[in-house]
Design a protein around this ligand. Structure first.
Ligand SMILES: Cc1ncc(COP(=O)(O)O)c(C=O)c1O
Length: 399
């Protein structure tokens, strides 16, 4: 028996001997990644008895431990058990999935909504249903990896346009005119790594002028901008100019799962063709219960996003005044441009020793040469926490 294991180990190591050089190369470039376990979640956590300010959490509204949200999750768990136990088109759709979709549609200002297993799956499921092999997708240079993966999966021609630049998009639309094909523009309202805001009104006008569909990823704007946290599409009253509004329950909603809001007929098409919807188990009851609880909180406390943005503004101006480069950030996501991969990691490690978690984000998540600290302000950070953190961050970056 022992002998057989030794043999198979040897075969395995021969089969896997291509892995080590790849990892060594990543390490040499300062790009090796590791996943550490943290004892708690949220913007302020305790590690080995020390209070740590966590600027890497996407729990922007500090709702992950909200008692009403946890009660709603527990209620759904008690009523339905731990899983939905089937895919949505078989027996996995529960009344709470339908209730959540109805509320999301209303909140986002669209006819209908469809919940997916994650934000990643919402993008990967929706985009290939909108565009196929003969079609063209125009994507902002900085859209999230899930949108790029979705474009690849769709087989459509992918045309990139300069980040947040309507003139560049216009040129691309003129360069690749409509023939017998469909054209789809994709962008984010708040960019995940830059924290800047897309010129949605101009992009929507171009989409209308050129007869293109428009899909906007509101992963980081859902809950944090717009009336009741309904996002920037609603804030700019663009519901009728946008084909798909995408969102996730994993950021300000503090849980898990993704969704899209769209017309009723498009929802029907997705139910019939989005593979990430059809061939996956329905999201579990407790997760859906929690999302319903979050929607109650957003309804009863509509100013949470406003307070978050005011706090983020004052934090950003402290960093800015000290000469740090926060790119075009206008949201709770504040990057600090460093450039070099190893330097970004060294600053992040130094801050960690001082009780600040400031994630170093490196390529391929961001373009080569633009490694940065990505800071997420959350409502767990009080103004004095932000002032204290700003001092340490400024000192660490300047050194
Ligand atoms: C812009 C954007 N879209 C989509 C996703 C994917 O969402 P999820 O984490 O819920 O799968 C993310 C998350 O990182 C994101 O930042």
């Amino acid at each position: 028996m022992l002998h057989r294991f030794a043999d198979s180990d040897k075969v395995l190591s021969m089969r896997e001997n291509w892995i080590r050089p790849l990892l060594n190369e990543a390490r040499a470039q300062g790009l090796e990644r590791t996943a550490h376990a943290y004892p708690e979640t949220g913007g302020k956590i305790k590690i080995d008895g020390q209070e740590v300010l966590n600027f890497a959490s996407n729990d922007y509204l500090d709702l992950a431990h909200h008692c009403h949200v946890m009660d709603c999750a527990r209620k759904a768990l008690d009523q339905y058990g731990i899983g939905s136990t089937a895919s949505r088109l078989v027996t996995g759709t529960l009344p709470i999935h339908e209730e959540l979709e109805e509320r999301l549609a209303k909140e986002k200002g669209f006819e209908a909504a469809l919940v997916f297993g994650s934000g990643y799956m919402a993008n990967v499921g929706t985009i290939p249903a909108l565009a196929g092999r003969n079609d063209i997708i125009f994507a902002d240079k900085l859209v999230h990896a899930s949108m790029i993966d979705a474009c690849k999966l769709s087989g459509a021609k992918l045309v990139r346009f300069a980040h947040n630049d309507p003139t560049a998009l216009k040129k691309r639309l003129e360069q690749f005119p409509a023939t017998n094909n469909r054209r789809l523009i994709i962008t984010e309202s708040i960019f995940s790594m830059d924290g800047d805001i897309a010129p949605l009104t101009e992009i929507a006008a171009l989409a209308a002028q050129h007869g293109a569909m428009l899909m906007i990823d509101e992963a980081h704007a859902s809950g944090t901008f717009g009336p009741h946290g309904s996002g920037l599409i609603r804030e700019h009253e663009l519901e009728n100019s946008v084909t798909v509004s995408m969102g996730t329950m994993s950021k300000a909603f503090a849980g898990y799962g993704g969704f899209i809001a769209c017309s009723e007929i498009l929802r029907n098409l997705l139910i019939n063709s989005a593979r990430a919807f059809i061939y996956a188990t329905a999201p579990p009851p407790s997760v859906i219960g929690a999302a319903l609880g979050i929607m109650d909180v957003l309804e009863s406390s509509p100013r949470l996003g406003v307070i978050l943005q005011a706090n983020a503004d004052s934090f950003r101006s402290l960093l800015h005044t000290a000469g740090l480069d926060t790119l075009q950030s206008q949201s709770q996501i504040i990057p600090i441009m460093i450039g070099d991969n190893e330097k970004a990691v060294a600053i992040s490690n130094k801050l960690r020793e001082q009780g600040i978690i400031a994630a170093a984000i490196r390529p391929p998540t961001v373009p080569i040469g633009s490694a940065r600290l990505r800071l997420s302000v959350t409502l767990a950070h009080h103004i004095d926490d932000l002032e204290y953190a700003a001092k340490l961050i400024i000192a660490a970056v300047k050194k």
